[in-house]
Design a protein around this ligand. Sequence first.
Ligand SMILES: Cc1cc2nc3c(=O)[nH]c(=O)nc-3n(C[C@H](O)[C@H](O)[C@H](O)COP(=O)(O)OP(=O)(O)OC[C@H]3O[C@@H](n4cnc5c(N)ncnc54)[C@H](O)[C@@H]3O)c2cc1C
Length: 452
Amino acid sequence: MRRIYEDHAYGQGPVTECYWDTTVQRPERGAAIEGEVGAEVAILGAGYTGLSAALHLARDHGANVAVVEANGIGWGASGRNGGFATIGGTKASEATLLARYGAAAMAEWRGVQKDCPDLVAEILARYGIDADTHSHEGETCVAHRAGAFDQLREEAEAIRQNYGVEVELMGPSDLPRLGMNGPQFFGAMRMKLGFALNPLKYVLGLAAAAKAEGARVYENSPVERITREDGAYLLHTVRGVLRAKKLIVATNGYSSEDVPDWMAGRYLPAQSAIIVTREMREEEIAAQGWTTHGMAYDTRNLLHYFRLMPNRRMLFGVRGGTSATPASQEAMRARARADFEAMFPAWRHVETPHYWSGFVCLTRGLTPYIGPIGDWDNAWAGFAWHGNGVALGTWSGRQLARLAVGEGGVPALMARKPGRFPLGTWRRALLVGAYAWYGYVDRPDPLRPGEI
Ligand SMILES: Cc1cc2nc3c(=O)[nH]c(=O)nc-3n(C[C@H](O)[C@H](O)[C@H](O)COP(=O)(O)OP(=O)(O)OC[C@H]3O[C@@H](n4cnc5c(N)ncnc54)[C@H](O)[C@@H]3O)c2cc1C
């Protein structure tokens, strides 16, 4: 497997202090592929996308399905994310998308996004998965400077109409009363969309559901290459081969340049990192005045995402970092901590014993993809959820399942084949410039006279 970051990113290093592992015991890993095994559909990757595809193929279409996972179930981003099950999935602006795809495609895309959290909720309920959900009142976008609140005000009506949801605007002076106090918050907009969950509990429950419906999951089975023989796909691992008529690749930010070759240059992994505090006392929470359990993110391009969990721990996430060496991971931890202290100064003394990171995935057009793998027959890939794969990955897995049985189409916004990024395997260097630019445009308002 040829991958584009340092080896450290693909090992256990970035997740040794992951909070989610303290909340649930991962089951012992299942068997690896030994010798030759067969299936009608082979699925590469046991995250939300691959497991949702497996669940829906086995349950709704009676297919003989085998998922192959290099590590363990949920080892990738699905077992280590922030747990915001909500809308999203692109990084291009509304105006760009409208110009590129047109109004009908945008309406279709909004409908898809709204369905995504509903599908997660339906799976949780149907299979009795207890994933510590909260924030059912939706998601709040917090203005990180005064001008950003003016923008939110302008967007609110469009969101209300386009998504048909409740949208509430909260001015800067309302925030302390609403439990959203902080020196960097200049107003907010709450949209009644989505909810928060424990991502690891969800992915483990999803895998159990897929297995209960008849899907097999092979773990500890890195696929080193994919070949074709007599109309079948052969997924080669060190100790065995999986032979299948149909193939679904669901490797997202953990994809490689050569499994299969078609992926080369078409995806760009980008890092996201999270710190989680110890449990805080009521008086500590009151001192900061951030008491809401609603999930929130800010208006920066390089956004922060945060939520006070029901057990009184604050989860705080950041984006960025173009290197994944142990030293740069530590630098990212320090940056996350500094941003946390600046945004929640009353919690400067509160320890954050948990820190980890992982990959989200982008395409050159900044839109997600579901569709064929080049000119291969009966082979599809789904990737690039742009940091919003809890719900969209789940939905896309179901859609990939439908494609594999010849049913259903692909929303126009997700159908365009991703072009290759420039710079080949050095393409993460493109992020250096992007992050520098975002750092500049995201800067806070200048201090007014008399402010310190
Ligand atoms: C820190 C962080 C915070 C995030 N927060 C949120 C959030 O709050 N809300 C949200 O919606 N999204 C969030 N995301 C993004 C979200 O987690 C992902 O979009 C989603 O989990 C992707 O799911 P997936 O199944 O497509 O891929 P993954 O879960 O990444 O799974 C891919 C799997 O493929 C396997 N694989 C790769 N290559 C091979 C191979 N050759 N052979 C066998 N197996 C292979 C990997 O081991 C991996 O397990 C976050 C991501 C990170 C990293």
